[in-house]
Write a protein that binds this ligand. Structure first.
Ligand code: 3PG
Length: 209
């Protein structure tokens, strides 16, 4: 399953990171994502509605939904029960990683130093989230990790937008980039679906090139 999930992230190239406050947003959001072919999404569990939104997006056969901001091992169980196909965490917490391995759900823990990349590698993980990417040295830092530690792929996230995503996607070590720019929390709260659809379509263009 890990290989399949990673292949789908690779084919999507861009993974929207969603912070959704209102469960009613799930249906129009799912439509905007599917229409633009952004078929992998990370639903963060940092809002009260997060788990319910995750469940609704996971119910859509055209989407591959993962859980983000997973900080506690119990959240891994909740996420898997809600249908999450992968788990993302802002940092590398061995307790969270171990729970994911026990349940057999692919996990991308956050890494921002070579030591953390090595810890992810020691767990046998094929990929990790480079977070926060821009703030942690951006593409040059990523290149340095990749040249020293070649057998792990990265999903850079944090500070990435329409203008700098391509620079990451050009890197062979990059599986796909994550970010909230195509469906930011404030636009979701305002139900600005036309704007979100436009931003999603633009983000999907990055994948096509
Ligand atoms: C995350 O949790 O991955 C970040 O909130 C996404 O970062 P961004 O908002 O800078 O895209």
């Amino acid at each position: 399953d890990t290989a399949e999930v990673l292949a789908r992230i690779r084919s999507a190239s861009v993974v929207p990171v969603l912070v959704v406050d209102d469960v009613q947003a799930a249906a129009p959001l799912a439509e905007a994502l599917a229409e633009s072919r952004l078929h992998c999404v990370e639903v963060t569990l940092r809002t009260e509605a997060g788990l319910r939104v995750l469940r609704r997006l996971a119910d859509r056969p055209e989407l591959l939904a993962g859980a983000g901001t997973v900080l506690e091992p119990q959240q891994v169980d909740q996420a898997v029960q809600a249908g999450a196909r992968f788990v993302v965490s802002p940092g590398l917490d061995p307790v969270v990683v171990e729970r994911c391995l026990e349940l057999g759900v692919p996990v991308l823990p956050g890494v921002a130093t070579a030591g953390e990349v090595l810890r992810a590698r020691r767990f046998g993980l094929p990929a990790a989230k480079f977070f926060p990417a821009e703030q942690s040295g951006g593409v040059p830092a990523l290149r340095a990790f990749a040249s020293a530690i070649p057998d792990i792929a990265f999903m850079p996230t944090g500070g990435i937008g329409q203008d700098n995503a391509a620079a990451y996607l050009d890197e062979p070590s990059v599986l796909g980039v994550g970010g909230s720019w195509m469906a930011p929390r404030d636009l979701l709260a305002r139900r600005a679906w036309d704007r979100i659809r436009t931003l999603c379509a633009q983000a999907a263009q990055l994948a096509a090139t």
